[in-house]
Design a protein around this ligand. Structure first.
Ligand code: DGL
Length: 276
């Protein structure tokens, strides 16, 4: 672990994800912290992270964090469940700013909201294989039972915009069926893409509380900034949001608005490590 450098409240919050999904976290941060500027990096040239090895994800995550640090950020949000599961500790140990991942906020919120302690977790193959949610949930609530499922097709459906209709519904029924048979009362959407499928998932898993890590993460960011005295003051000037991607910016721009809930303003292509 290295010491944190002197941090400046006027610096932006750095956010990275494997691609476009982390924009659901940016959206939640912008709703909760409207005076904060954002630097976002989507590693679109190397998405998906879900099926890749832990070593590869650690390397990608370190490169993404270095990219944001080089541009001056006061805090880094790993807005990707897979990167949080595989690399959050690795990143936190090597950067001089606070690091917040999406798993702890999501797990904490699930434990808080579940009555029965029967909690479902869905995510990418990497997130589910890592067992991160399950470990944390059981640590926070010994005696909880956790049923998990990797749902890789949800990422493609969300990017394609197929978030309702027959194909999405059948896929959701197939993935969620075994979890629902475990009688879960709470389901963690443990992947940045899944909030886009929320209305459908709420219908398929009717009566089950859905936990959106994006909102819980924005709250964790707000708390960290407040505790560290790093909240940006309202200046009257518009806050900035800059977006960087490692692959074709036009493709990202097309999908991004759906995730962000607003048009993406400043968007640039950059090269990271071997991705360019
Ligand atoms: N951002 C990833 C996550 O939240 C989903 C997409 C990917 O597999 O890279 O796990």
């Amino acid at each position: 672990m290295i010491e944190h450098r002197d941090l400046d409240p006027d610096e932006p919050i750095g956010v990275f994800d494997s691609g476009v999904g982390g924009l659901t976290v940016v959206h939640a941060i912008r709703e909760r912290l409207p005076f904060e500027s954002i630097l976002y990096l989507g590693d679109t040239a190397r998405v998906p992270y879900g099926p890749k090895s832990p070593e590869t994800i650690r390397r990608y995550a370190a490169e993404a964090a270095d990219f944001l640090l080089a541009r001056g950020v006061k805090l880094i949000v790993i807005a990707c469940n897979t990167a949080t599961a595989r690399a959050a500790e690795h990143v936190a140990a090597r950067v001089p700013v606070p690091v917040i991942g999406v798993i702890e906020p999501g797990a904490t919120e699930a434990v808080r909201r579940s009555r029965s302690g029967r909690i479902g977790v869905i995510g990418t193959q990497g997130t589910i294989e890592s067992g991160s949610y399950e470990r944390l949930i059981k640590q926070l609530r010994p005696g909880a039972s956790v049923a998990s499922a990797a749902c890789p097709l949800f990422v493609a459906l969300a990017e394609e915009g197929w978030v309702e209709g027959d194909v999405a519904r059948l896929t959701a029924e197939r993935y969620l069926g075994p979890l629902l048979r475990e009688d879960i009362d709470t389901l963690v959407l443990g992947c940045t893409h899944y909030p886009l499928l929320k209305p459908l998932l709420a219908d398929v898993a009717s009566g089950v509380e859905l936990i959106d890590s994006a909102e819980a993460t924005a709250l964790a960011v707000a708390r960290e900034l407040e505790a560290a005295g790093l909240e940006a003051e309202p200046t009257g000037r518009p806050v900035t949001a800059r977006y960087f991607v490692t692959d074709d910016a036009r493709q990202f721009g097309r999908v991004a608005q759906r995730f962000l809930g607003e048009p993406v303003g400043s968007l640039e292509w950059v090269s990271l490590g071997a991705s360019g």
